[in-house]
Ligand binder design. Structure first.
Ligand code: FEO
Length: 404
């Protein structure tokens, strides 16, 4: 049963994961290009499997393993991250393989117990600094707590200079290509940035610390093997640099304007705000919530200096789609943003105040007390909206020291 083949990465290491061409919603993250669940097989004296796949892809993984070895020869399984896209198939794999050891971090052990409610806990706990003896090779473990779960760890194979980085440096991208240099760099940048924004942005200070620690450890890395997307072999420095840049959240001269609208009044204001930004020479991305996915908005916000939000007032509150967006973005904890709120209303107009409070809660520096229009914007309101865009634009340029 080996209709699906493993992909050779080095003489002793194979990719034995699965390609999920169909997934479009990964717990709310819009995966427009599908994903992969990467598992890796090391043909050491003690044959080792790093991570598994989502439960429905168990057979695909086993077929790929079987194309190289009899799966019952696997002696060691390492679980770098307990989220179900990498462990859904773990119980079936343990049953099929009957390994001598299954390693996970201390928090990984707890998480796996809480997921699978083992009758007999198969996990042996390993911590930072521990290593596993693979016979002619070894694996060193480095815990990476909260990147992005408490259990997360990475595993390093010094004999091959390979870092198995679980979700780290990954992306949701289904492809037949397994290596970074087989895919266009602009595609990798787009998907890696979206992944960072939606999965790692809240933990950016920890990302900076981890990258600093990896630098101090002076790990030699010839292959960087994440649990999603391509294996990095030609652009390792590039992706490490991108993560460092995103983690630092250096300001760039760009604004994101998001809004929803009932009768196009808030839309008119939004488009006028963008006109003002444009007149100041600042690039902006207008994202109508009826036509924009939250995970795409997050990817834009990651590389922006301003978040400007528009909402009509409905039943004394902000519009539901705007509330959903603010809730999502607030959880991602974007930093170093300036911003403003605007919106149209009929008789009460609470939306702008509510948005101001939400933006302040996100530590966004407000450059205006907000702009309101009664029913349909007249020429004066349109002019004020353009001015609001200009005001934000000038503040962005102050922060960034000029347009790119
Ligand atoms: Fe790919 Fe956090 O799981």
């Amino acid at each position: 049963m080996d209709a699906f083949k493993a992909v050779k990465l080095t003489e002793n290491v194979y990719w034995v994961g699965a390609i999920d061409w169909a997934i479009r919603d990964f717990h709310g993250y819009s995966t427009g290009r599908g994903s992969t669940y990467n598992a890796y097989l090391i043909l050491s004296d003690k044959i080792t499997l790093i991570d598994t796949v989502k439960k429905p892809f168990f057979n695909e993984m086993m077929m790929r393993i079987s194309s190289v070895i009899d799966p019952s020869r696997i002696e060691i399984i390492i679980s770098n991250h307990s989220e179900m896209d990498h462990t859904g198939a773990l119980p079936d794999t343990i049953s099929a393989v009957n390994p001598d050891k299954v390693y996970a971090s201390p928090m990984g052990s707890k998480a796996l117990s809480a997921h699978f409610h083992w009758e007999e806990d198969p996990i042996e706990v390993v911590k930072t600094g521990d290593s596993a003896d693979l016979g002619n090779m070894s694996i060193e473990f480095i815990e990476t707590r909260m990147l992005h779960w408490p259990d997360s760890m990475v595993s390093y194979l010094p004999e091959e200079k390979i870092l198995f980085s679980q979700d780290g440096f990954g992306m949701h991208l289904a492809s037949t290509e397994r290596f970074d240099d087989e895919l266009p760099l602009n595609l990798l940048e787009e998907e890696a940035r979206k992944y960072y924004a939606n999965i790692l942005m809240p933990f950016s200070p920890l990302v900076s610390a981890l990258l600093g620690n990896l630098g101090k450890m002076q790990l030699e890395i010839d292959l960087l093997c994440p649990d999603h997307g391509p294996v990095w072999r030609s652009n390792i420095g590039w992706i490490l640099g991108k993560w460092s840049f995103w983690a630092e959240r250096k300001p760039s001269p760009k604004a994101v304007v998001v809004y929803d609208t009932m009768w196009n009044s808030t839309r008119t204001m939004a488009e006028s705000v963008v006109e003002g930004l444009t007149q100041e020479g600042v690039s902006s991305k207008l994202m109508p919530l009826r036509a924009s996915l939250l995970s795409d908005i997050a990817a834009e916000v990651l590389c922006a200096s301003a978040l400007i939000v528009g909402s009509p007032t409905i039943n004394g509150r902000i519009f539901p789609s705007v509330a959903e967006c603010m809730n999502y973005l607030g959880g991602l904890k974007p930093r170093n943003l300036v911003g403003a709120a605007f919106g149209s209303y009929g008789w009460s107009g609470e939306a702008v105040n509510e948005l101001n409070g939400l933006l302040e809660g996100m530590k966004v520096e407000l450059v205006s007390e907000g702009l309101r229009a009664v029913y349909v914007p007249d020429a004066e309101v349109i002019e004020e909206s353009v001015k609001l865009g200009k005001t934000v634009g000038r503040r962005i340029l102050e922060i960034c020291g000029g347009a790119e």
